[in-house]
Write a protein that binds this ligand. Sequence first.
Ligand code: GLA
Ligand code: ZN
Length: 691
Amino acid sequence: MTVKRYPPISGKLPVFMHGADYNPDQWQHRPDVLEEDIRLMKLAKTNVMAVGIFAWAALEPEEGVFTFDWLDRTLDRFAANGLYAWLATPSGARPAWMSEKYPEVLRVGANRVRNLHGARHNHCYTSPVYREKTAVMNGKLAERYAHHPAVVGWHISNEYGGECHCPYCQDAFRDWLKRKYGTLDALNHAWWAAFWSHTYTSWEQIESPAPHGEKMVHAMNLDWRRFVTDQTVDFCRHEIAPLRAANPELPVTTNMMDLFDGLDYRRFADVVDVVSWDAYPMWHDAGGEGEGKTAAWFSFNHDLFRSLKGGQPFMLMESTPSLTNWQAVSKLKRPGMHKLSSLHAVAHGSDTVQYFQWRKSRGSSEKFHGAVVDHAGHEHTRVFRDVTEVGDTLERLRDVLGTSVDAQVAIIFDWDNRWAVKDAQGPRNMGVHFEDTVVQHYKAFWELGVPVDVIGRHDDLSKYKLLVAPMMYMVDEAAGKRIEQFVGGGGTFVTTYWSGIVDENDLCHLAGFPGPLRKTLGIWSEEIDGLHDHDKNGLVFLDGNALGLTGEFASHELCDLIHLEGAEALAVYADDFYAGRPALTVHSFGRGKAYYLTTRAKEPFYDLFYKRLVAEAGIKRAVDADLPAGVTAQVRTDGTNDYVFWLNFSGKEQKIALDNLRYTDMESGEAVGPEVTIPLHGVRILRRTAL
Ligand code: GLA
Ligand code: ZN
């Protein structure tokens, strides 16, 4: 990367943002609550609230009648007290009058039944009425608040998601298909519609996937999901238009969710000014195993969200200050865990720590969800102290603001590949565990303290030394070419079984798998064997292999049977009729190397394999030290200083021998070394001169 410092998210508040979703609309009958909240916000060292999410009924109690007095009061009091707001558009839930008068705003399910009014996130993104009402509402908010001193940006809707199958959406889907394919012939070919006599002879015959209709045309399922993303992105743009028109300076964001499957978030990257997401790790659920697995999963997400806008700092928009109310078992965060969890996001590039929620609601479904202010209504709680401590630490981390992560490793994670590989009826319908597999590869880097970006196959590859693409089932010719050039130019590429199978339309490559990657990898995959849960195989390293690795590692789920076409075998299968055939290969191609792993190996294979590759490719680690299991080190840098975050998810106190560099503790300002102690559920942030 060109190492640099990004500007603060808002010039009005050039510090770490710390705050929560705040719903004064629920407390209008208690004017004392606002004043008390303001006192508590300052006490908790918070500085920004997300205000107005789901507040449509309070803003427009009757059609065309707008009541902004409560919001005026909130924002004015904020401004008078040095507090700020992300002002939300309320489209995440609509008022009952709207559903009653215009049923078309309500979503229709895949079963073609229209929902009743209720819950939230329950509206059609295509409905002209819903779009009109949203435009009016957002226009009013923009007109009134776009230049309000307390407003630092717009929080668009809330966690967009879901799909609608109403007649408007069917028409929009058909139009989308017409734009994509031009002719029915092209569509019929791409969808391989001759199969089962599915050939369409008019556009009107096409319907979205339905449980009682079409659901087996995988290319159509894929196009439907792409359409749902495009329609949601389009709705998001529609929401943003009046806001930008009123004040182009105010940043816009929409909060996303942990590895959400329903929308291709990469498509939102250009629409928002800053990426934000809501992280709810289920800490303390793993029994005695420590929190490493959960932490790596959330690290992967943080890296993904940071990578969406090429490394620009993101926002942790929601997290719980204590517990959630939706897990099977909601555990309290153990002492230390709140700070560790919050700084976990910061370590990966977040410039904010925000919560759901500021104050517990008195009734309805989230009344027992964690909040900074509990029903007791005062500051004398463990959670309030934890939050204040985070506020205090964030003040000391001021220099970290705007720095980012300089990764030389990238993992390819594409939503359309994910959809296609999981939807395909293939060698293992009981589960190919796509996401788990990707994170399993990722975790090996996490354990080594190697920074990773999570990118799409069409993103720029030039800054990386090592590219990892687990189960890259979908590879179009263009992506194949770019990977070929990456390896030819000296990069290291790793992919696995079940890669290079289909093109972007989900049509199988015909010239032998792994399709466009065949030449780069120097192998041909002839067959793939599905394994039951009770089946297993193994991968045995060959004597004297180029990686210098030894031993046998268990493997499971899928076994690819390949032929060498220039690649050499590093390891072979242990069992079955294909014992002795290649299980891990490397191909020297141009100035680089391409590795192919034919089966899902079990631990500790990935740790050893990637440790070797990291060393071989000369990839920078956060620190030159051995990290105990469950401990990671992540670095943010501006090219002058590095900020090394030591995060201890191991479930016990750890003492780590540092390298010989000079470190200063960011919280105490004191020199540290040669050993650093990280408490149980603890975090240390150390500054050093940039490597
Ligand atoms: C989501 C929503 C919030 C709240 C929390 C509860 O992230 O955006 O409104 O429901 O979950 O954990
Ligand atoms: Zn619809």
